[in-house]
Design a protein around this ligand. Sequence first.
Ligand SMILES: Nc1nc2c(c(=O)[nH]1)N[C@H]1C(S)=C(S)[C@@H](COP(=O)(O)OP(=O)(O)OC[C@H]3O[C@@H](n4cnc5c(=O)[nH]c(N)nc54)[C@H](O)[C@@H]3O)O[C@H]1N2
Ligand SMILES: Nc1nc2c(c(=O)[nH]1)N[C@H]1C(S)=C(S)[C@@H](COP(=O)(O)OP(=O)(O)OC[C@H]3O[C@@H](n4cnc5c(=O)[nH]c(N)nc54)[C@H](O)[C@@H]3O)O[C@H]1N2
Ligand code: SF4
Ligand SMILES: [Mo]
Length: 721
Amino acid sequence: MASETIKTYCRFCHANCPMEATVEDGKLTGVRPDVDNEIFGGYTCLKGRQMPEQLYYPERIQQSLKKNADGSHTAISSSQALDEIAEKLKVIIDRHGPRAVASYNGTVSFQNSATHPVAKAWHTALKSPSYYTSITIDQPAKVGIGQARMGFWGGGSHTWGDSDVALIIGNNTLVSHFSIPGGIPAFSPSNALREGKKRGMKVICVDPRRSEVASRSDLHLQIKPGQDAALLAGLIHIILEEELHDQAFCAENIENLAEFKASLSRFTPDYVASCTELDREDIIAAARMFAGGTKGTASTGTGPEMGPNPNLIQHLTQAINAICGRHYRAGEKLPNAGVLSPLAPRLAQAVPPQPEWLTGTRSRVSDDIGEVTVLTANGPTKEMPTAIIADEILMEGDGQIKALLCVGGNPALAWPGQDKAYAALDALDLLVCIDYKLSATAEMADYVIGSKLCLERDDLTVLTDIWYEKPYSHYTKTVVEAEGDVIEEWELFWELGQRLGLTMTVNEQPVAMDSKPSKYDILAMMTRDSRVPLDEIYQRDGGHVYEVPDVIVQAADPATKGYLNVFPDGLSEELAAVVEQADEALAAKQDYPFLLISRRMKNTFNSTGPELSFLASKGTTNPAFMNPDDLAALNVASGDIISISSINGEIPAVAQSAPDIKRGVISMAHCWGAAPGAGTDDKVRDIGANTNRLINNLDGSEKYSGMARQSAIAVALKKLA
Ligand SMILES: Nc1nc2c(c(=O)[nH]1)N[C@H]1C(S)=C(S)[C@@H](COP(=O)(O)OP(=O)(O)OC[C@H]3O[C@@H](n4cnc5c(=O)[nH]c(N)nc54)[C@H](O)[C@@H]3O)O[C@H]1N2
Ligand SMILES: Nc1nc2c(c(=O)[nH]1)N[C@H]1C(S)=C(S)[C@@H](COP(=O)(O)OP(=O)(O)OC[C@H]3O[C@@H](n4cnc5c(=O)[nH]c(N)nc54)[C@H](O)[C@@H]3O)O[C@H]1N2
Ligand code: SF4
Ligand SMILES: [Mo]
């Protein structure tokens, strides 16, 4: 038997852990961590280790499917499916214009390094702005809106490895393997945290749950969900009052600091303690601990961003970093300026606010909501807001979405407001899914295209390029050839582009449209003029830290130097709303006394995982984790079925006692359960329940992004017989 060991990396989630795959007679027979890797040190998690089972999952879609009138699916070839889809798109474009054609690129679309540039090229060529991704139901304020309003620092913010303090707000990297620079690096996160602590780093964690990160922190602020804006306002208030901020940095680089300070006067430690249910002394200690460090960043995760006021929370997070001067200065060396992009000078100066990032194509739902620019690995990219895509599909009139390509996403379970999401998917003239299994969304699709899985394709660590703290990169070649008639996500766009006669460009270079370029060709276009030539990364076996010249931050250029605006338009109103919300929450407390918050689970990645036997053996439901005292007060035991209701809907759930949860809080993962109306409530122990049924996507709709309230939802609960 021919057996081979091939270095590659896992793309089950965004962490890209290096692995060694064993291939015997063309079949993947095992994966193990690549212990030689200098960044990851042999780290993998239980999900990545299920790769062989995922590849040979018996119900895997290995050919395209077309839906029949009775709802069943018939297998057809992918080229036939693509021909038919292209014909249908032409009719829709002729009748309704290009905006009627949308794509939604979900979480897994990001794991294929070529998806987004080709998808965007397709939309540009088609003149359709209806380009949607999961970023706009995730953390759009963190990676675009915040920077557009305040500006950002040209020299970059302090990274974990250089820091002596970190303020981590609702980001549980030890489970999620997700953070942005400044937070715990997602690459072998427990090692990174241990090393930081060994250096004497002080870690402050804000989380209603004593999470994996919180339990290893120096100070855990077990906040009431949804109160992060009040807390951040309070921390900044203390720092400015006690003059703990970096006064020289502020004088040189920040505008409107006095107005900002005045606007926070209401957020005294006592007031903030009352909204957040935190100890006043802990709030003061956190402010002093954070400001007392010399280097270190405040960063957020989905916890606060899914709750109320995400734009304000991001502004305050970026502002607390700015006033404490947590940015690299002239003469300092950047740990990593990226390997896959051209070398651009990094200047120690503020890049001013970018209002045009917030003023692209308007949604039809509200003039306040529309295209937002997000800072992606492929540069600033305009996206339409996914939080209100269901309305764009259902609302009649010019620009109504009629066709949707769903790429590595599962909107029937993931979009906020499940009933409306389902109605919208059902109302489309054409729904196309590319997926490896018949997901809840794929079941509804007119066409399902079978996708390759990660070890069946080449890839490059584009997404994570600037998240590493060293100039690291990894090109993986295909480990095993895919069986059946399956394609990659970017190929869906290229194939349809060719059939529609489009001329597409990637990174300002024309994409060959007569015969299909290789994945390498696309990656080469994306990384044109990269600091390390793509071919060199391609030639190397495994991931590697490259020897590139140090990037030293240069002195500011007086001709282009700007200011960070800590008091942008609308901030007063946003701060006033925080106070109003605190009052409203008190009023709602009688009917809906609990707050439901979001979380990630180790054994699933959103809706991917429950189909795999080992991951399922760790649990087949998304339990409602609650404090044992709350359960006792309701006479509910672990394992009992409860009903959770909000003003928008009701779901069943399996109660699970968890002393790490704050009282009054229910912590539950999203993307479980089935489509609404499927009559599956009695299967909650086997398939979980969908928390998006408790949400209305227009509740608390955020300006610019339309971000819906997906966490900190007021709910009531009762025990079911
Ligand atoms: N295993 C696994 N990994 C994943 C995913 C998965 O499903 N499973 N999903 C991936 C995706 S799509 C993403 S976007 C990332 C997200 O990555 P993270 O943002 O790290 O997500 P979580 O692990 O849910 O951590 C969020 C934390 O916020 C806390 N929290 C909830 N509400 C509040 C609040 O109001 N305030 C504060 N301060 N904290 C709050 C929660 O208790 C939780 O500990 O993870 C990715 N990684
Ligand atoms: N209430 C609530 N709602 C939320 C959240 C929350 O915290 N609370 N979180 C939000 C966030 S952060 C996100 S990112 C979204 C997630 O939203 P989505 O990205 O829409 O959901 P996923 O479940 O990640 O969808 C991934 C799909 O890709 C498929 N898949 C797996 N591997 C492959 C592959 O290699 N190729 C292809 N083509 N498909 C593959 C899976 O089978 C699955 O159907 O949900 C959001 N919704
Ligand atoms: S953390 Fe787990 S799922 Fe994510 S890339 Fe690493 S091994 Fe794969
Ligand atoms: Mo996400």
